[in-house]
Design a protein. Structure first.
Ligand code: ADQ
Length: 494
């Protein structure tokens, strides 16, 4: 769904003649700037694509009305590098994006998979757009797939693509899907407005990956209940349906640990000091951090409530502990997100009004997007990080914090229902984010933990995060793809 590089044209209009001029090697006809990949998956897949070559197909977010011909969607990325790959964008109308992305993906699938069926808001036209855009992606894949290609589809925006490709791909092709968010229980999934269709859609894949075993098990249970014609082999975690065979795999995604470590070690005091200056942080304070998209699954209001309780219970920490909450606005325009933003800002103001002084803030709140160097500087300097989503497929921030804590001196407070708890659970301080008194106690525990315990927990977490690093996860996924091409029983047309 996401593109790794975004090209911004300084000029608002893209005429044929300007484009011709550009293609003829006169880039000065236009001023183009390229955003590098940020965060998580796109940043992680980019080096893999650079190493292997190939084609990345994505929605051309941000430039819909600027490109005029079909040919235009093909660019080599990264710019000016020897190890390039091809980026092909699907230019979608605003209406299409509103339907398949804001609508079906984020107002139906996202709340449903995060156990919030109460927030599902379904419009039949959104489903029509979801099908249509998924068909467009499938068509683009069909056009560019070579014999024996490995095709790897990411995430819940593209759940129907596999079924549109069964019978349509060259021989030897393997089709994998990785589903980055949780999979719900059958009782919750029952309210999915196209439940059977989505399950059958995903069963078009040879390999279907989830972060956790529990998500794969729930998927199997849903198939069992809603696709009775499917044959399920529970011990092999394999499902046969209508001529296809799908293998379910569970492997938690990791982060590029070496990169975070390198950046953390290369960081300097000046960067931290300038952050303190910019946000009015007292550099002598103990620091806690939270880094999240502004999403109702991330448990930000609950965290702020626990912080309020903590400052109430422990007046001695007022003036010497500051919590830095970075919340990136996301999916604005969807009512549940707009309401959440208002709620979070009000809670921050309340904390400030109750405890803040002329020289100290209990919470520093920013919606700025920070460059990764600043993010890493914060991770490294923080005495504790709180990742307390109410429900979260994996959560990469928890692992980024650990990878950046090269001094072994940070504590991770981690919600029990964050996917990362399955990986880091024994060494983090686990918390039920809805239990405010317990949560406030955990914050206190983190701040008063002995240095030796902090070190031993962080060292253990660093080992785990390194073992699960992105490279290992990628290797494992690609290995699954390589192992499974012949299981599908595909019936290629040519
Ligand atoms: P997300 O819900 O987006 O991902 P997460 O895993 O935490 O959640 O990844 C967010 C990424 O964005 C991190 O790499 C973080 O550093 C970055 N980021 C956040 N705010 C930022 C800011 N202001 N500036 C720069 N970078 C910022 C979904 C699922 C997760 C799953 C991932 C990957 O919801 O559960 O872990 O996909 O599978």
């Amino acid at each position: 769904n996401r593109q790794p590089y975004r090209h911004q044209w300084a000029d608002d209009t893209m005429s044929e003649s300007k484009f011709e001029s550009l293609k003829e090697g006169n880039p000065s006809a236009l001023s183009i700037s390229v955003d590098e990949p940020t965060g998580g998956l796109t940043a992680g897949l980019d080096p893999v694509m650079r190493a292997t070559g190939g084609t990345w197909i994505a929605w051309g977010d941000g430039n819909a009305d600027r490109v005029v011909t079909d040919e235009d969607d093909c660019v080599a990325v990264p710019p000016d590098a020897d190890d390039q790959y091809t980026l092909r964008r699907l230019w979608l109308s605003d209406e299409a994006v509103d339907g398949y992305y804001a609508g079906l993906s984020n107002r139906v699938l996202w709340p449903l998979c995060h156990d919030r069926p109460d927030l599902v808001s379904f419009r039949p036209t959104d489903l029509a757009w979801y099908r249509r855009v998924n068909r467009q992606f499938a068509a683009a894949i069909r056009t560019h797939a070579t014999p024996n290609a490995g095709i790897w589809i990411q995430d819940y925006h593209l759940g129907l693509v596999p079924s549109y490709l069964v019978d349509e791909l060259p021989p030897g092709t393997t089709l994998g899907v990785f589903w980055h968010i949780p999979w719900p229980t059958p009782d919750v999934y029952e309210s999915c407005p196209f439940g059977r269709e989505l399950l059958v859609g995903l069963l078009g894949a040879d390999v279907l990956g989830f972060h956790l075993e529990s998500y794969a098990t729930r998927f199997l249970e849903c198939v069992d209940r809603f696709v009775p014609s499917a044959q399920i082999d529970r011990s092999e975690r394999a499902i046969r349906h209508d001529g296809t065979a799908t293998k379910l795999v569970a492997s938690p995604m990791g982060v590029d640990t070496a990169n975070y470590e390198r950046r953390a070690r290369a960081g300097n005091r000046a960067r931290w000091e300038s952050l303190c200056e910019r946000y009015g942080i007292d550099p002598t304070c103990h620091i806690g951090i939270g880094v999240d998209r502004l999403d109702y699954t991330k448990g930000i209001p609950e965290r702020l409530e626990a912080l309020e309780q903590f400052f109430e219970n422990h007046p001695d920490w007022r003036g010497s502990f500051t919590f830095v909450q970075k919340a990136t606005p996301s999916r604005t325009g969807i009512p549940a997100y707009d309401r959440l933003g208002d709620r979070v800002r009000r809670r921050v103001e309340r904390l400030q009004a109750r405890f803040g002084t002329d020289t100290w803030q209990p919470v520093v709140y920013t919606e700025d997007i920070l460059p990764v160097e600043d993010l890493v500087a914060l991770y490294r300097r923080a005495d504790l990080a709180i990742v307390s989503s109410l429900c979260d497929g994996m959560n990469l921030v928890a692992q980024e914090f650990v990878a950046s804590s090269v001094d072994d001196d940070g504590v991770l407070v981690l919600g029990t229902d964050v996917g990362a708890a399955e990986v880091l659970g024994p060494h983090a301080l686990l918390v039920d984010p809805t239990d405010t008194p317990q949560f406030a106690d955990r914050i206190h525990d983190a701040l008063t933990m002995s240095t030796s315990e902090v070190r031993s927990r962080m060292r253990a977490m660093r080992q785990v995060v390194t073992a699960h690093r992105l490279e290992a996860w990628m290797g494992e996924q690609l290995e699954y793809l390589a192992q499974n091409p012949l299981q599908s029983g595909r019936r290629p047309k040519n």
